[in-house]
Ligand binder design. Structure first.
Ligand code: GLV
Length: 324
């Protein structure tokens, strides 16, 4: 009898086709997350699952699925999975690193330039028939060249954002758990600084850190207060890194000039007040939403499942899985 793989939401066919060649595959047809008991019920009898960030998989769910061998998250982040609980039960956990780096850095850069060059406002202005001729005073924004970008979280995506912003002649500061290797620092002309220093010196701050207990509300009212007056904030990482109510206050007060958000503290809910502000750009968590990245994520998640269910080590085990 074929082993059963459950895919908790529709994903690109690339990975589904690969799995169908070997296993019985069941795709839950809804994008809304299953409540925990319903998810556990669906998973009972399954050997593998492809999950999304909205699927909370904890020890209690795992206990109801004794045949489960692998949880393959279709995302680079995996804070939705209790990895310690999985490890204790001998269940493997994988993610999709590397394949969505360019796509996510592109969306962070897109948010930055959309804000600094007032793209949304300019589009609305033109559509409204208000363009009556070239005007030297019209819709002036802030030039990126010569300005300073502060990157919080200098992993793959943070480094790619640095690379893109260097191409636009920006100066790069970064804060991370520790400095990156000197060669990367040199290649990106990036300076490692404390968080306070980064906040005080950056014209725009872009967040690229994972969601952990240490990063939760890293950007709170106090941190926003330390930012340069008139700076921009971009978050394409995880919503809970920013205290969104404090951000809405800082934006309304004009302390922060603009914010570009692809992720939300209470996702998919957007904190009250934010959509009423003109100086924010709000995206529906589309950082990795290119055809290329999403196809690769789907294939990678499937390959991880195939490896685990055919007795091989999946190529993308999350780091905690290999730590002693
Ligand atoms: C998306 O947010 C991901 O972690 O891949």
């Amino acid at each position: 009898m074929k082993e059963i793989v459950f895919i908790a939401h529709p994903i690109p066919e690339t990975g589904i086709d690969r799995l169908r060649e070997r296993f019985e595959v069941s795709v839950h047809p809804d994008i809304r997350p299953l409540e925990t008991p319903a998810l556990a019920e669906k998973l009972a009898g399954c050997s593998g699952v492809i999950s999304l960030l909205c699927d909370r998989i904890d020890g209690a769910v795992m206990d109801r699925c004794p045949q489960l061998k692998i949880i393959a998250n279709h995302a680079v982040g995996y804070e939705n999975i209790d990895v310690a609980a999985a490890k204790k039960r001998g269940i493997l956990v994988t993610n999709t690193p590397g394949v969505l780096t360019a796509a996510t850095a592109e969306i962070a850069f897109a948010l930055l330039i959309t804000l600094t060059r007032r793209i949304i406002e300019a589009d609305r202005f033109t559509r409204a028939g208000r363009f009556i001729g070239w005007d030297p005073l019209l819709l002036r924004g802030d030039e990126l060249a010569g300005r300073t970008l502060g990157i919080i979280g200098m992993g793959r995506i943070g480094q790619d954002m640095a690379r893109k912003c260097r191409a636009f002649d920006m100066r790069i500061l970064y804060h991370n758990r520790g400095p990156v290797d000197p060669e990367t620092e040199r290649a990106l002309s990036a300076e490692y600084v404390s968080l306070d220093d980064l906040l005080a010196r950056s014209d725009a701050v872009s967040i690229h850190a994972p969601s952990t207990p240490e990063t939760r509300h890293l950007i709170d009212a106090g941190a926003l207060e330390k930012m340069k007056p008139g700076a921009y904030l971009i978050n394409t990482a995880r919503g809970d890194i920013v205290h969104e109510a404090a951000l809405a206050d800082a934006l309304a007060a004009g302390k922060i000039k603009g914010a570009g958000l692809d992720v939300y503290e209470f996702e998919p809910k957007v904190t009250r007040g934010l959509p009423d502000l003109e100086n924010v750009v709000l995206l529906p968590h589309i950082g990795s939403a290119t055809h290329e990245a999403r196809d690769r994520m789907s294939a990678m998640a499937a390959d991880n499942v195939i490896a685990a269910l055919t007795g091989r080590t999946p190529p993308n085990l999350v780091p905690e899985m290999t730590e002693r």
